[in-house]
Design a protein. Structure first.
Length: 378
């Protein structure tokens, strides 16, 4: 049975209560302490230190409580310390915290792979690999695409964000703070214009026309038969919350298919109900060759995944994919706990909107990352 909003109970009162002397003395002292031990390059948006969190509320060390609109950058979408997630994690920890799936495998990993293969779009045969972070998932999706196609070039888009590792910095568009002085970057990455209805020079341009513009540039500057992968956030989440014009994603995906290019949807941020569908590509019925997922997948435990066409993922030689902690058993249990929160993750089940609204909005905005038409008022 699916939980409804009125069934929810919380350990902490779901109320904002901020004192006048914010940030309080304990947070100020921690900020001072931090300065001499934590690298300056790690910035925090809010000048308070967390003592506890539950549902959509964070309590700080000075007794203030805040509505958690950040949700750990689009992560705690079922709320902080949700009992189903916490219970699953506790149970797992009491048995074993780690063995490394590549050395001594366990069922939790296989169960998450089954769950993701079922949940992601398309009825084709799929395979899944688990990792720790979104960037790691993106890196591995590109590795698979290059190996499977025997091609080098990768196409990314204006305003894209894909992570902070060397290859994902190359894929990311914004220089400051992500790339400035961190180069040289991975080669064979090409950037193409995004469909951006709010700021298009020609406001009348359709999604199909915007796709044609990008495709023409790819053909001219790279050659379609040289491209291993097109990677795109179906709704961008860092360069602004950018919803491409309707028709843009289907036209790109169709052209990629025609050219044998692997179409990768980076759903690290937009996946797991952030847009009102399990995945943002579902809004237009696009079936990617590979999906990258992280963030909301495991209620805050570090887990990421790539799920894609079996022929692509099985093309990689044994040992070519993996990592020490990828698909850690506790993180896999948290993912299973998340499944219980939703009353069983099934693609045919709608996203539970009460959870989305009740437990904090997506990262970097107070609104939902939805497919809304943009008003042009610049
Ligand atoms: C679309 C997208 N891809 C990749 C990443 C990188 O994820 P992580 O920070 O877990 O490496 C992010 C993180 O914000 C993201 O939004």
């Amino acid at each position: 049975m699916t939980t409804t909003a009125s069934d929810l109970t919380f350990r902490l009162e779901q109320k904002r209560n901020v004192q006048a002397d914010f940030p309080g003395p304990k947070s100020v002292a921690l900020t001072e302490r931090r300065k001499s031990v934590v690298a300056a390059g790690v910035a925090s948006s809010v000048p308070v230190y967390v003592a506890d969190a539950d549902g959509g509320i964070i309590h700080d060390v000075d007794g203030n409580s805040f509505i958690d609109l950040g949700s750990g950058i689009a992560v705690t979408s079922v709320g902080a310390s949700d009992p189903a997630v916490v219970g699953a994690v506790k149970e797992a920890v009491e048995h074993f915290t780690h063995t490394c799936f590549m050395v001594t495998p366990y069922e939790g990993y296989v169960a998450v792979a089954e769950q993701l293969n079922r949940l992601t779009p398309g009825n084709h045969e799929k395979r899944t690999v688990l990792f720790n972070s979104g960037a790691e998932a993106v890196e591995n999706a590109i590795k698979v695409a290059r190996l499977a196609t025997g091609r080098d070039a990768v196409v990314a888009f204006d305003h894209a964000y894909h992570g902070r590792t060397n290859l994902t910095m190359a894929l990311t568009a914004k220089a400051m703070p992500y790339k400035t002085n961190f180069g040289p970057f991975a080669p064979e990455v090409y950037r193409m214009p995004m469909s951006y209805p709010y700021r298009e020079e020609n406001p009348a341009i359709t999604g199909a026309e915007a796709a044609k513009r990008a495709i023409t540039m790819i053909e001219k500057q790279i050659g379609g038969d040289q491209v291993a992968a097109i990677i795109i956030e179906p709704i961008q989440g860092e360069g602004g919350f950018i919803v491409p014009a309707e028709g843009f994603l289907p036209a790109l995906a169709a052209w990629a298919k025609e050219k044998g290019i692997v179409f990768i949807a980076d759903e690290v941020q937009s996946g797991f109900c952030r847009t009102g569908e399990w995945f943002a590509v579902n809004h237009e019925g696009v079936v990617p060759d590979i999906l990258t997922m992280a963030k909301g997948i495991a209620g805050g435990m570090p887990l990421s995944a790539i799920t894609g066409r079996a022929d692509l993922l099985d093309a990689v030689h044994p040992g070519g994919l993996g990592g020490t902690y990828g698909g850690n058993p506790v993180a896999c249990a948290a993912c299973a706990g998340f499944d219980r929160v939703h009353g069983g993750v099934r693609p045919e089940r709608p996203c539970p909107p009460h959870r989305i609204h009740r437990h904090g909005a997506p990262a970097r905005t107070a609104g939902r990352t939805g497919r809304r038409r943009h008003r042009r008022d610049r």
